[in-house]
Design a binder for this molecule. Sequence first.
Ligand code: NAP
Length: 315
Amino acid sequence: MTAAESRQMRAVRFHEYGPPSVLTLEEVDRPTPNDGEVLIRVRAAGVNAIDWKFRAGYLKEWVPLELPHTLGLDVAGTVEEVGPRVSEFAVGDDVFGRAAGGYADYAIAPVTTIVPKPAGLSFQEGATLSVGGVTAWVGLFDAARLGSGQRLLVQGGAGGVGSLAVQLGHWKGAHVIATTATGNVDYVRSLGADDVIDYTTANTEDVVRDVDVVLDTVGGAVMDRSWSVLKPDGILVSVAGMPDPEKAAAHGVRTSGVQSPEIIRPVLEQLVRLIEAGALAPQVRQVFPLPEAAAAHAAAETGHGRGRIILQVSG
Ligand SMILES: NC(=O)c1ccc[n+]([C@@H]2O[C@H](COP(=O)([O-])OP(=O)(O)OC[C@H]3O[C@@H](n4cnc5c(N)ncnc54)[C@H](OP(=O)(O)O)[C@@H]3O)[C@@H](O)[C@H]2O)c1
């Protein structure tokens, strides 16, 4: 029996919350797509911050997981099976988008969260977009309503969300200011930032002012120090914390979190258009083979670096 015919597959799972070493490679049953779903043969899976936060148990009070659990929201691969009432995709289509259990040979995705993968986009690049790209898009354009000519500050311009937000802000015609560590200053400028602040040598709030939109991807003290750079009635959108509406009111500004919609296909289609037009380039930081998911998590958890870490699942 070939691997494709087997109903078993490899999956990286964890049976208890804990450090990266709780991730183990196991043989499990391959899932079956239901109505409106496809089964994707995963080629590449993105490693997102939410993955290691789930694994560590940081979110268990709010989103308790049924254990053992297979992580992985961001995937790119090839449609292996289609469920009932699926007309949008056929077996053999290359796709990318949001799935469940992407750290595995096969994962299930609703048709509302995937799009066809353009030929010029690699599977690894495709696996950077459904969390980072959609979050940056929704934060900038739905939550903050960023417009051409406005001043945008991206806190964390090198990261998986920030590297795409800098490019999207530049594409929109905003004046983009971004923060990053010394070694990433030239990198973030190359993404389209007009001004780059090295947060290791300058306090952003001392050198930046009159900002219309802050997109915070760092949270904590960085988010809290962002209020004073805003213009009156400007907006702080954080993807990494819960901005305090009372602090916003005290500064005469607005604030919002980011809630990614359940149906993300329209946003993914917009991202594809920009990629094909050369206005957006997905950012792959480092690639690990699927069995090395624990090492990938350890690297992601540093909270530093350029773009998205990827698990290579199959060729
Ligand atoms: N709400 C949502 O839907 C949603 C979706 C995606 C992500 N998130 C959250 O957003 C956050 C960022 O996610 P991510 O995937 O972009 O993480 P990431 O890839 O780890 O990137 C984080 C970036 O923050 C930068 N950074 C660290 N400390 C900094 C500081 N003091 N000032 C400025 N930049 C700093 C790092 O760049 P340097 O190397 O330059 O330090 C790094 O590139 C996470 O908390 C994640 O959980 C939320």
